[in-house]
Ligand binder design. Structure first.
Ligand code: ADP
Length: 437
């Protein structure tokens, strides 16, 4: 038996013995027994009272005996452990807060109702939050419709750009990260400088392209005129003029492509004008058939009558790009199929499939980068400028859609442009939808 219980039994035996002895001396056995039980109870009540006072006030551990000594010690040890754990947690929390406060990005902890629980110093600077804003809903303080929609949509894999409510001409990139139970972290990065540099770069490319246009037109004019009279020229001159014509036309394509890209890069959404997709695709198919080299076949399959809400010139340029690419990379007797169909999960898809050379897996993620071209090793197969797919990607972003590429080397490729339902106009929708969109 453990020593505290042994001591406790001694106490019990002592009190019982005193009771018995008193009963024997006085002859009042019941009274003496009652008094000794009462004394034992009073002892316990005394220790309980002492324990309550100590738990409430703290201080030195009170003296006790028997099983109470053990109980006091165990509670003391538990308290001491809890105290040091609490201290450790507080130090960690303090360190975390200091680190988060020092972060250059604004960080705001949002509760389940999007109320502000905590924010760092950068949030005061970028979002204009004040200490008194804790507990308030973030949507009431950052009054921006784009932000409100983003917050409600629970989008965690994308960011939005909004103007800073606290910095003049400041631009913020906002991301929301879920964590814990119903908690969310709002992170806002100051991207003013980055956006400024992007604008400088885009303006530079646009200006250079514009400036190059006029001299190039003059040069092309002369080259064409000289080329037209090439029968009178020696063979090596004829060859030189043909090369010059090829290269100036390539430069023209480059400039046109760069100008188209700078226009699309604004980040704004495309206007929502009704685009009759069926008519558009018929016209693209007819144009492409005339340009189709060799015996390549081109099939068009329209499975949905849905129309698009967007900018027709942009969609025409993107769709034609994909169709002409497919024809370019298909074999002599190859087949290219164009499809416009409903998507299983909502929305609609424009798809171009070919049985051409295909693209190796490692190139696929990079195809939409400017000037990225796959070196096929065959001369003449790839004389493109590498801007086509970049333009397609930008057009899709402006139409809130996405471009997906699947391909197998030597077997063919499939380029799919997926449009969301909100960018579609189905015949059962009234014309009001178009106006209200
Ligand atoms: P380019 O003017 O070179 O065609 P794009 O941006 O349209 O530029 O295409 C980028 C690269 O993607 C091309 O150089 C080519 O290697 C590859 N590519 C595009 N479409 C196809 C296709 N249908 N089949 C095989 N490769 C393709």
């Amino acid at each position: 038996m453990d020593s505290p219980w042994r001591a406790e039994l001694y106490w019990l035996a002592l009190i019982a013995f005193v009771g018995l002895f008193a009963g024997k001396v006085t002859g009042l056995y019941f009274g003496s027994f009652f008094l000794s039980v009462l004394a034992y109870l009073v002892r316990h009540l005394f220790y309980i009272n002492q324990l309550v006072i100590w738990l409430r006030i703290g201080g030195k551990l009170p003296q006790s005996s028997g099983v109470w000594e053990e109980i006091y010690y165990l509670i003391y040890r538990l308290r001491r452990r809890n105290k040091s754990r609490k201290k450790r947690l507080l130090t960690m929390l303090e360190r975390f807060r200091t680190a988060t406060a020092a972060l250059p990005d604004a960080t705001v902890v949002l509760g389940s109702r999007d109320e502000i629980n905590w924010f760092n110093e950068a949030a005061e600077r970028f979002l204009g939050l004040r200490k008194g804003d804790v507990g308030q809903q973030i949507g009431n303080l950052l009054r921006n419709p784009k932000f409100a929609e983003f917050l409600k949509a629970n989008i965690y894999d994308a960011t939005i750009n909004i103007s800073s409510p606290a910095i003049v001409k400041g631009q913020l990139e906002i991301r929301i990260v879920p964590y814990g139970e119903n908690l969310r972290l709002l992170i806002a990065q100051d991207v003013t400088q980055i956006r400024f540099m992007e604008k400088v770069r885009s303006d530079f490319v646009s200006n250079v392209s514009h400036e190059l246009r006029t001299p190039l037109t003059v040069l092309r004019g002369y080259v064409e005129t000289l080329g037209d009279s090439d029968q009178d020229l020696p063979t090596h001159y004829q060859k030189a003029f043909r090369r010059m014509e090829e290269q100036t036309s390539r430069m023209q394509k480059l400039i046109d492509g760069l100008l188209a890209l700078t226009k699309l890069e604004s980040g704004a959404l495309a206007p929502s004008k009704r685009v009759n997709v069926t008519l558009l695709l018929y016209s693209i198919r007819d144009e492409a058939r005339q340009l189709a080299p060799g015996g390549r076949t081109l099939n068009l399959c329209i499975e949905t009558r849905a129309d698009l809400l967007g900018a027709e010139p942009e969609l025409r340029s993107a769709f034609s790009n994909l169709v002409l690419n497919a024809l370019k990379y298909a074999p002599e007797d190859g087949a290219v199929s164009i499809r416009w169909r409903d998507d299983t999960g909502g929305g609609a898809v424009f798809e171009v499939e070919d049985n051409g050379i295909g693209i190796a897996e490692e190139h696929i993620p990079r195809l939409t980068e400017r000037f990225y071209r796959v070196d096929t090793g065959k001369s003449g197969v790839n004389n493109g400028i590498g801007l086509g797919l970049s333009i397609v990607k930008h057009v899709m972003t402006r139409h809130e859609g996405e471009l997906k590429i699947s391909s197998a080397l030597g077997k063919g490729s499939c380029f799919s442009c997926k449009f969301p339902e909100k960018r579609l106009l189905r015949s059962d929708k009234s014309a009001d939808n178009l106006e209200n969109y």
